[in-house]
Design a protein around this ligand. Structure first.
Ligand SMILES: CC1=C(CCC(=O)O)c2cc3nc(cc4[nH]c(cc5[nH]c(cc1n2)c(C)c5CCC(=O)O)c(CCC(=O)O)c4C)C(CCC(=O)O)=C3C
Ligand SMILES: [Fe+2]
Length: 302
């Protein structure tokens, strides 16, 4: 059925307690030009939630959902989980896979798009982890899946649900993580985001006006990043008389910190100040349609 003998779930990682926050942030920003003040500010976001990112729990839930999907479809393969920036670190997972006799795994990454942060960096993580582990299994990253029903269908439902919680005349704001304009493959990332947003908007709410906006910018102010930021855009919309907005985090797959803080706290707070009714659509998370994607992508590869 497949040439692979395991599935590797590869994610970003996040702190699991207050003492993890700074070492985690140092891991994320190693070798990158992120101002100290930004790090301290982001550290506070995590401390608001007890120093615990939701992302590891979400990965455990997604892993369980993938295992359930495999079991329901007679796929008898082990599922492993490793992260770029926190335990379980990818290299440790790859070592475990080798020790278990895995020869060739498929990797499903918790990011749906092409682009440097979303795809290329994960390929580098895989290459680096394999270099660290003598006799490491082959690891094939599964294709980007931002155009697949398993990713888009849950967003269509979530967008309808979000609009249903707002008065009429609401604006749809598809939101994604900003990246530096100079980042490699930035055009491809943006083109894929536009296409995904258009598809979801057309299916969930044809005729409803929508915008693609960005969040979670972190570089120095002198460095240009993708714009507009959602908070600035809300201000502009308020000036135009828009009274309701639904944020759809199309750039993410689960309700991790960038969603729980940057949208549910920061953007929601700005909207309240501006008198805009604001809701946020759910991400795919553990939706069974999303959890079926690794299996479908593996089957396609044969
Ligand atoms: C495109 C993209 C995604 C989406 C694709 C994907 O999901 O992979 C994403 C996801 C995430 N980003 C996350 C956290 C952070 N990202 C940072 C920094 C950065 N992100 C960037 C881009 C992206 N990031 C970039 C260009 C930087 C600048 C530094 C660098 O070039 O690497 C920093 C440093 C502090 C700050 O500056 O914010 C943190 C803490 C978490 C975990 C959340 C949790 O804990 O629940 C997740 C899922
Ligand atoms: Fe990030």
């Amino acid at each position: 059925m497949t040439s692979h003998d395991a599935l590797l779930l590869l994610s970003f990682g996040g702190p699991e307690g207050p003492e993890d926050v700074i070492p985690f942030l140092e891991n994320v920003t190693r070798g990158r030009n992120i101002p100290r003040e930004r790090l301290e500010k982001v550290g506070e976001h995590y401390h608001l939630f007890g120093g615990v990112s939701p992302i590891n729990r979400l990965c455990r839930e997604l892993k369980a959902a993938i295992e359930a999907d495999f079991a329901a479809h007679g796929v008898d393969l082990p599922v492993y989980w490793g992260n770029r920036n926190w335990t379980p670190y990818l290299a440790d997972t790859v070592r475990q896979m080798r020790d278990d006799g895995i020869r060739r795994a498929a990797a499903f990454v918790t990011s749906a798009y092409s682009g440097y942060s979303t795809n290329d960096q994960y390929l580098q993580d895989i290459a680096r982890a394999r270099e660290e582990v003598p006799g490491a299994p082959e690891i094939d990253k599964l294709p980007v899946y931002c155009d697949r029903p398993g990713f888009l269908d849950p967003f269509v439902d979530a967008t309808r649900d979000a609009l249903g919680r707002l008065p009429g005349g609401a604006r749809l704001l598809f939101t994604a993580h900003s990246v530096p304009l100079a980042q490699p493959n930035r055009e491809l990332y943006v083109a894929e985001l536009e296409e995904a947003a258009r598809t979801v908007a057309d299916r969930a709410a044809p005729g409803t006006p929508w915008d693609l906006v960005y969040q979670s910018r972190s570089g120095p102010p002198s460095q240009p990043w993708l714009e507009p930021q959602i908070t600035d855009h809300l201000e502009k919309l308020a000036g135009e008389g828009v009274r309701a907005a639904a944020a759809v985090p199309i750039g993410f797959v689960s309700d991790h910190m960038e969603v729980k803080y940057d949208l549910d706290v920061e953007a929601a707070g700005r909207a309240a100040d501006l008198g805009i009714a604001f809701v946020r659509a759910a991400t795919p998370g553990g939706d069974p349609r999303f959890a079926a994607l690794p299996r479908l992508l593996m089957e396609e590869g044969n």
